[in-house]
Design a binder for this molecule. Sequence first.
Ligand code: ZN
Length: 322
Amino acid sequence: MDSGELSVGVDLGATNLRVAIGNREGKILFKLSERTVNNGDEYAISNQIHRMIKSAPSNLLSKVIGVGIGSIGPMDIRKGIIFPPNLNFKFAFLTTPLSEKLGLPVYLLNDCVSAVVGEKNFGAGKDIDNLVYITISTGIGGGVYVNGNLLLGKEGNAHEIGHTVIDYRGKLICGCGKPGHWEAYCSGKNLPNFAKLIMEEEKINSKLSDIIKYNFSSLTSEVIFKLAREGDKLANVVVERCSEINAMGFANVIDVYDPSLITVGGSVALNNLDLVLEPIKKKVKNYAANSIPEIIPTPLGQDIVLYGAVATVFNPPKLPKR
Ligand SMILES: [Zn+2]
């Protein structure tokens, strides 16, 4: 039965901050987006979220029973603090100041964990007890239910699959500072670095590739996928190697969590289903020992974190004791 209760969902990214108000059925009634503030003190982000929430219509705000935040990490969910490496804050207080100002409970989850909550409540995972969501975007991340339980970990970081090692040689260093991580090779941000590494290591004749026209600081993953579609040899080698590594990453996830469904989101995957998702589906069986689950693009698209943040308020996470 619809009680009329509403919740606020927040999608806090390094670039954009989005706020939505939704109901128990996953209907979004209000949505607002701004660039994430990147200067000020450790309360700057919570102040921005508070201001955005307060700009919603009062007839909706009066029915709001709580706030869910799906945020970039790493974080300490018990303290409600994030430590965002891509912003100019060492840390930011989120849940306590917001809760005090609004007089409402405020819940914090990693953005990909929030996404899998969205999938479970409003997307393709409704009847699925063993569910994984994987994003391939600027970074690579995941959210996981095992036997119906949402995995959190001691500080809420139990799903940093982008930071699992896929290359023992560790030729590429991840944004987190450690070598050989999946994300350092195949995320949207890092694919150009991987292209450069392949070119250097395999001495691919630069005449075979239009990639050489771009200096590597301006090369983007979008350009690599575009050139691959146009038949560029190096771009195709990069896409091929990346699909092999993505298949290894998915296989690791399948062997660790044994899901029956994996939904996939993130701009790199959703904009390149043919060159990213299809090859993973084909190759993952070469690496995974467990049986292969269904792998599909998320039906919730780019709003999946917001949906999860809205759902979190109606299904609060049980915080880890230690
Ligand atoms: Zn890493």
